[in-house]
Design a protein around this ligand. Sequence first.
Ligand code: HEC
Ligand code: HEC
Length: 292
Amino acid sequence: MSVKKRDPLTGHETTGHEWDGITELNTRVPRIVWFFVAVTHIWALVYWVLMPSWPLINTYWKGLLNYDQAIVVEDKVAKAYRTLDEWRAPLSELSAEEIREIPELMAHVDRTAPTLFGDNCAACHGTDLAGAPGYPSLVDDAWLWGGDSETIMETLRVGINAPHPETRYAQMLAFGRDGLLSRPQIRTVVDYVQSLSGIERDLPAGRLEEGATIFAENCASCHGENALGIQDMGAPNLTDEAWVYGGDDATMFKTIHDGRQGWMPAWENRLTDADRMMLTLYIQSRGAEGQP
Ligand code: HEC
Ligand code: HEC
């Protein structure tokens, strides 16, 4: 048992331990520390009572305040959707022309549409909307089905050759493979079609006339008598510079020999009306900017 000793300098008791003449003061725990210990304990106790805390056998103590973070998050998400719907709602109710008149709405569209296009459409039509062989450009003046907002909305809704009951249906027949035209006849009609878009070549006399006859008998029903295309059939204009597949000899021969049937998904069940309207507005505004 150690005898209580006091430190002569401070008057404090020492612990009685001594190392080489150095003794340890037996000071009290400062009050402030006791104070914080007490306060934090009381705080913990109050928190246990008010908030969800202790596990019970089948459930847990829900706390007198009945606070639940899951509900708080649900509320926040619901609120976010409400604000989202607030500016989205007019997009599914107004026409494209009306929406264009509302700058606040168009600001939303300009912010949202590029991402929407990037996520859903760019893989086929390109991030610049200019398309690629087999995938039409959406920013030129050449339209398979039509470039007014109602037509674009409908194209997006039902798709092209898509598994949608009302899909747009387009088929360029396989004239060579199905034996409707011989290879020389195909070459002749290729020369004729190329002459329509201003490609001048030295051709044997009578070749264009022959091609015109083949065209009138086989092609005009879909592409129109003047080859300007028929949008109701998705049959492109063959006299302009714009090509889905290509206007060179080999590509055009392949198109006429093997046929073509472009496929574009129907977006009715994948994108909302508002989303499709945003994409339509985006395509039209990019086209109006005169993108290549
Ligand atoms: C899987 C590839 C693919 C995807 C993805 C795709 N498209 Fe298409 N789209 C096509 C093809 C192919 C055509 C042309 C079909 C044809 O040759 O008749 C087309 C045609 C169109 C047309 C009609 C153009 C005209 O000249 O009338 C529009 C408008 C269009 N797409 C917009 C979109 C938008 C907007 C998206 C995104 C929501 C999209 N496409 C996603 C492949 C795709
Ligand atoms: C049954 C209707 C139909 C007939 C008949 C038809 N076409 Fe087509 N043609 C189409 C459609 C539809 C397309 C677009 C196909 C697609 O993009 O999927 C097309 C596409 C083409 C293209 C590709 C254009 C491009 O932009 O690359 C060429 C070239 C063409 N047709 C030439 C002809 C010629 C020449 C004939 C006659 C020998 C002919 N077509 C007869 C419907 C027809």
